[in-house]
Design a protein around this ligand. Structure first.
Ligand SMILES: Cc1cc2nc3c(=O)[nH]c(=O)nc-3n(C[C@H](O)[C@H](O)[C@H](O)COP(=O)(O)O)c2cc1C
Length: 405
């Protein structure tokens, strides 16, 4: 398909502003977009911004379509290759599931004969409400593609599933729905080698709370894990990236779930299964404070520091190896400061991972842009020369794809 035509229906949610970014990405990817706003969406984003970004007229009401003698609302719903609802409110999904058509957006959704992709975004309670879950199940049974929302801190101050996935991820899903090959392959990489595979990647540090203002952390920047997620997505994999706190943009086409602590990361990894491959790059804290204080711990004037008992965190890699839904290829990372290969060989056997990618972090690897790694497999050790993290990621992604060739 040369230039896909997208009909973008924007619901009245706080994430409506992200529709502007999605319009930009669709256009950058060579598509055209026609935007329709619900009445509520007007309160969050202006038709003017969307018209400027899409370079097309924006529609808002059933009654302002000019060509109703030619059934403009039917025409609008049919001339697209794909209908995308982003953000989809709880209300819009309820109406879609019930077949209600009481405004332009819902009338188009009922009248269309094209595939429909829905990106929900709402407060966690609204998302988890049995009514919404029923509506999502109904829509999926009707053949609508409903994306899972991201999990993390929300605009309303709560935490959980309900956040709109990042626009680059939605654009990746649009490309998939249109059956287009992914763009932006690195030179020399075979496109689509991991198409149809789900790869789970963890990245970044974890933060283990001590009290409301302090935490235990490490120097991991997330750069290597993010580069690996990007390289795997470029090979056509569906990538879920479970990320500790980092300040990096989400790679194109990657579904990112933000977490803070090791226990949150373990839960997010479990929730993301099944996966064909897991690449556990995150530098998960081995220990957490046994009890995180509810209030800031104060000096008591005695000069004696407080005692901080630690508890061991769950071992995410070993847990995945024992999981009945163990990924076919399980890869762990080992950050070592001495006897790098020896420790990695022992770690692979102890955790029952398929590969351990060991890196020497005694220099400035953590936070730096280069890495030198050793891959320990069940049968031997490969040592790679020092290279940029992006190149490590591309070579590793190709090595993973070869396992599935
Ligand atoms: C400030 C504010 C933010 C809102 N954010 C959301 C949201 O993110 N998701 C959602 O489903 N509803 C949200 N709502 C409620 C919807 O706007 C409301 O259900 C509206 O009827 C949706 O209309 P629509 O589905 O026609 O766009 C929000 C309301 C307000 C006032």
């Amino acid at each position: 398909m040369i230039a896909p035509r997208i009909l973008l229906i924007i619901g009245g949610g706080i994430a409506a502003y992200k529709a502007c970014e999605l319009v930009r990405l669709i256009r950058k990817g060579g598509g055209s977009v026609r935007c329709v706003l619900t009445e509520a969406a007007h309160h969050f984003v202006t038709p003017m911004s969307l018209a400027a970004l899409s370079e097309q007229e924006v529609h808002t009401s059933l009654w302002d379509l000019k060509n109703e003698t030619e059934m403009g609302h039917i025409q609008l719903s049919r001339e697209a290759d794909l209908v995308v609802v982003c953000p989809a409110t709880a209300d819009l999904m309820a109406k879609m599931a019930a077949g209600i058509a009481d405004d332009l957006a819902t009338t188009l959704l009922l009248a269309t004969d094209k595939p429909v992709l829905v990106a929900p975004a709402m407060n966690v309670r609204m998302w988890l409400h049995p009514a919404t879950q029923r509506n999502v199940a109904r829509l999926r049974a009707d053949g609508v593609t409903v994306l899972d929302p991201d999990e993390g801190a929300m605009a309303c101050g709560e935490f959980g599933p309900g956040r709109l996935p990042e626009p680059p991820f939605i654009w990746g899903e649009i490309e998939k729905a249109l059956d287009r090959p992914r763009a932006a392959l690195a030179p020399g990489i075979k496109g689509g080698a991991l198409a149809g595979r789900h790869v789970l990647v963890t990245a970044g540090p974890t933060h283990e709370p001590i009290d409301p203002v302090r935490y235990i952390a490490n120097r991991s920047s997330g750069k290597q894990g993010y580069a690996i997620a990007e390289a795997l997505a470029a090979l056509g994999a569906r990538v879920t990236l479970v990320s500790g706190p980092v300040s990096l943009p989400t790679p194109a086409g990657v579904h990112r779930i933000d977490v803070e602590s090791a226990r949150e990361m373990a839960a997010a990894v479990e929730a993301a299964l099944p996966a064909d491959v897991a690449v556990m790059v995150a530098a998960v804290a081995d220990w957490r404070a046994e009890v995180a204080a509810g209030q800031k711990i104060k000096k008591d004037g005695s000069g004696a520091p407080p005692v901080l008992p630690l508890a061991e965190n769950p071992d995410i890699l070993a847990g995945l190896a024992r999981n009945p839904r163990r990924p076919r290829l399980l890869i762990g990372f080992a950050a070592e400061t001495e006897k790098v290969v020896d420790h990695a060989i022992a770690k692979r056997a102890r955790k029952d991972a398929d590969w351990i990618v060991a890196n020497d972090v005694s220099g400035d690897v953590m936070g730096g842009d280069s890495n030198s790694i050793h891959i320990v497999t069940r049968t031997g050790v490969e040592s790679w020369e020092t290279m940029p993290k992006a190149e490590v990621a591309q070579r590793l992604a190709t090595r993973i794809a070869d396992e599935f060739a």
